[in-house]
Ligand binder design. Structure first.
Ligand SMILES: *Cc1c(COP(=O)(O)O)cnc(C)c1O
Length: 415
């Protein structure tokens, strides 16, 4: 039987999905349903919300901007919020990143990054087209993003549309050398254009964490072979891993960086792809064929840019880093209690992200355990959306210790 609503939801199998709650209001770390229930947003509404829902300064910036400008064409025109945001982003990231290309989602920021890399090589007159990626990676659901992401049930139907990439084994603890050797080998054997990575943690791939020194080594190998490094910081950016950007922990400056989710504090969609001067310069020419041919209709939406500027102000004027380290400490303390609990394994944390696996034989994303756990948490007013048997928390930075500990109590209650 078809559901009563015409809405087709993302990553939702409507034939097995239970009732879908209607959210009418949110504030801080909480969602409110139409029938008056309150739900704690332990995954920041799919990793986008950083300071909390409806931060007053971001909401005010959106209102103020809406009185001046809505969308305007961004080819051949510019506007103050985009100019100011680009200036500030360049100032707060490493000096090598000199140019800012706007788009409207994490996936498109990745597409833009891949196109920049390919354009760079073509316009530099070198035949390098091959892309390297990590096993288990997730880079979005557009065709390019899926191509560089792990193949599996999520993209099997679209396989004919996806381009080939070479994969490096994930740098599991103790087996990091295999990844580095595979990278070295690939760089020696093929004309590699770029390596795309999620720095320090694979998100949708299962919250798998690897060491900063592996990232530094990967960057060093890329550099020694002239291979561009694309850092997809769509999830890791904006403090998630304990530093503003994950690459900082490895002392790595990517050639191309993709940022979205927390860019507007999670309020409205916006993304940016930053790149080194050389990449812009390769496109800078009297020859119009070297134009960077990419746009989306809503490129650099002024209201979204104003929201992002308000987000940057919050980072400057509020103790965001302190909140992040407090939150990390709450995770660390709570996770400790699960170390001797045989029901769980692979207990791990990086900054504000904590994860543990339920020790079951039936693992994997499609395992029944996922929806069962989801129901377990929802019944307790907690939004937790396990990836198969991986339970993770990625709460907004305004969450209190009591709120976080309530989620850990619910985890301990899993029968
Ligand atoms: C979420 C995510 C994306 C895709 O972003 P969307 O805004 O959903 O298109 C890309 N890369 C990573 C690492 C992500 O976590």
């Amino acid at each position: 039987m078809r559901p009563p609503s015409p809405v087709w939801h993302p990553f939702t199998q409507h034939a097995v999905q239970g009732e879908i709650p209607t959210i009418v209001r949110n504030e801080g770390a909480w969602l409110e349903t139409a029938d008056g229930r309150r739900i704690f947003d332990a995954i920041s509404s799919w990793w986008v919300v950083t300071h909390g829902h409806r931060h007053p300064q971001i909401m005010q910036a959106i209102k103020t901007q809406a009185d001046l400008l809505d969308q305007i064409i961004f080819a051949g025109f510019t506007h103050p919020p985009a100019e100011e945001l680009a200036q500030q982003l360049v100032a707060m990231t490493p000096p090598e990143l000199k140019h800012v290309f706007f788009s409207d989602s994490g996936s498109t920021s990745v597409e833009v990054g891949l196109k920049m890399a390919l354009g760079f090589w073509l316009h530099s007159g070198e035949d390098r087209r091959h892309i390297l990626a990590l096993e288990g990676a997730y880079h979005g659901d557009t065709i390019g993003g899926m191509s560089v992401g792990e193949r599996g049930v999520f993209n099997a139907p679209y396989e004919p549309l996806l381009f080939d990439v070479s994969r490096l084994p994930f740098p599991h603890r103790g087996r990091e050398q295999e990844t580095l050797q595979a990278l070295e080998k690939a760089c020696n054997e093929q004309a590699i254009a770029a390596l795309i990575i999620e720095p320090l943690i694979l998100g949708a791939g299962g919250m798998l964490i690897y060491e900063p020194r592996v990232l530094s080594e990967m960057a060093r190998i890329c550099q020694s072979h002239g291979v561009l490094l694309i850092a997809d910081e769509v999830m890791t950016g904006w403090g998630r891993t304990g530093t503003l950007f994950a690459c900082e922990q490895a002392g790595v400056v990517p050639d191309i960086g993709c940022y979205s989710k927390g860019l507007t504090g999670g309020s409205v969609p916006l993304a940016v792809t930053l790149c080194r001067g050389e990449i812009f310069d390769a496109h800078y020419s009297q020859d119009r064929r070297k134009t960077f041919f990419h746009s989306s209709s809503y490129t650099a939406n002024p209201i979204a840019c104003a929201a992002a500027l308000a987000n940057l102000k919050i980072w400057q004027h509020e103790p965001v880093m302190q909140r992040i380290s407090d939150l990390a400490a709450v995770h660390a303390k709570a996770l400790d209690r699960f170390r001797d609990d045989r029901r769980f394994c692979n207990i791990r944390q990086i900054g504000t992200i904590a994860a543990l696996d339920l020790a079951v034989t039936d693992a994997g994303y499609l395992a029944d355990i996922g929806p069962r756990l989801y129901g377990h948490f929802m019944a307790r007013g907690l939004l937790v959306r396990p990836l198969g048997n991986t339970i993770y928390l990625m709460p907004p930075y305004c969450s209190t210790a009591d709120e976080i500990n309530a989620v850990y109590r619910a985890i301990a209650d899993i029968a």
